[in-house]
Design a protein around this ligand. Structure first.
Ligand code: KG4
Ligand code: ZN
Length: 341
């Protein structure tokens, strides 16, 4: 079919989302896009609580679907399929989305297309900028950290990734260590601007190891030790100490991403290097990646932040790509907590 209009549903972490995407001669369009975050529901617990997330998804997902149908002014008969995140993610949340999608397909006869959440992130540059295969994608968020070479709609080569914490998780934990509010990434970045990145000698983990693997857990522990060192010496943490620790931590992350991105590009000559995930909002990291790309003569691409973080437009789009490749599911589609690309 020339034109495809799909609804996408996403509920794998702490955002309940639905979107409608159309692919046709007129281009690739997002007709509607709704994301309901849950930050306030989990705020008291210092992290996403799976049971609370699952319940909120179950309560809200139908409303999200109704909202995007209204926003786009469409009826189910106007759609060509229902794409849904089938994993990886928190199983209760994924189930809520899959059940909703199955309900729609059972009631309407529309095709059901299960989508890998990571494929959704990885294919986003094709929705936003029409990027051609192959390209490299650096996925950096609170839950993910990997370099992917994207060779086709269902053809991903993992070049490397974090062997422990995701970088966003590390930013959040560093914020916690320094008494800054959550989500920590933007707070740490704001403090780092005022700090001296050279005052504390923090490690650049796995820098000597060949390949693109990374590690952030030891770096976070090093920040904790440096903080305790300052407290032992001065009896407390001053504003400048906090800024210097943030700057040192961020500089270490920047150095790691710079080196590993260079290696990813060396290993796979491509025309485009794209980033996605909440951490891609960080100006220091983004600037460093942009420089690497300029030096290597590669196009640097960062889709709009709302499409870099969790959303359902990327799921609808990945559904379009999979549908065009002949991918379909039926009511036996299951939710998968783990699902490597
Ligand atoms: O992609 P995202 O919204 O959600 C998932 O993790 O799936 O990413 C959120 C993460 C959080 O850990 C947050 O602290 C981090 O991205 N983040 C940042 C910045 N903005 C958000 N990390 C560093 N610098 C930032 N400016
Ligand atoms: Zn995600």
């Amino acid at each position: 079919r020339d034109t495809l209009t799909l609804i996408g549903i996403e509920s794998s972490c702490d955002d309940t989302a639905a979107a409608i995407v159309r692919d046709g001669p007129g281009g690739r369009q997002i007709l509607a896009n709704v994301v309901l975050g849950q930050t306030s529901l989990h705020a008291d617990f210092g992290g996403v609580v799976p049971e609370i997330a699952a319940r909120a998804h179950a309560e809200r997902v139908d409303g999200c679907v109704a909202q995007v149908m209204r926003d786009a002014g469409l009826r189910f008969a106007d759609l060509d399929g229902v794409a849904v995140t089938a994993g990886p993610g928190l199983i209760g949340g994924v189930l809520a989305g899959v059940m909703c999608a199955k309900g729609i397909t059972a009631a309407t006869g529309l095709p059901l297309i299960g989508v890998n959440h990571l494929a959704g992130h990885a294919l986003t540059p094709r929705l936003t900028d029409g990027v051609d295969f192959p390209y490299i994608m650096l996925l950096v968020s609170g839950g993910h950290c990997q370099f992917l070479r994207v060779d086709g709609p269902q053809d991903f080569v993992r070049l490397g990734g974090s062997i422990d914490d995701a970088p966003g998780e590390a930013f959040d934990k560093v914020a916690k260590i320094l008494g800054l509010p959550q989500p920590g990434g933007p707070m740490v970045e704001a403090e780092a601007v005022r700090g001296n990145p050279k005052r504390f000698a923090l490690p650049r983990p796995l820098m000597d190891r060949p390949g693109c693997d990374m590690s952030f857990s030891g770096l976070k522990t090093a920040v904790l030790r440096a903080r305790d060192g300052v407290i032992a010496q001065k009896g407390g943490l001053m504003r400048a100490d906090r800024a210097d620790l943030c700057a040192g931590f961020q500089a270490a992350v920047v150095d790691v991403f710079t080196e590993k991105s260079r290696r990813a590009l060396d290993a796979s000559p491509v025309a485009t290097f794209a980033v996605a995930g909440g951490v891609a909002a960080n100006q220091a990291i983004r600037g460093a990646l942009e420089t690497v790309c300029t030096v290597q003569g590669v196009r640097f691409l960062a889709p709009p932040l709302a499409l870099c973080t969790d959303n359902a437009a990327m799921i609808a789009w990945a559904g379009v790509e999979r549908f065009r490749a002949g991918g379909r599911d039926d009511l036996t589609l299951s939710a998968r907590p783990r699902w490597p690309l």
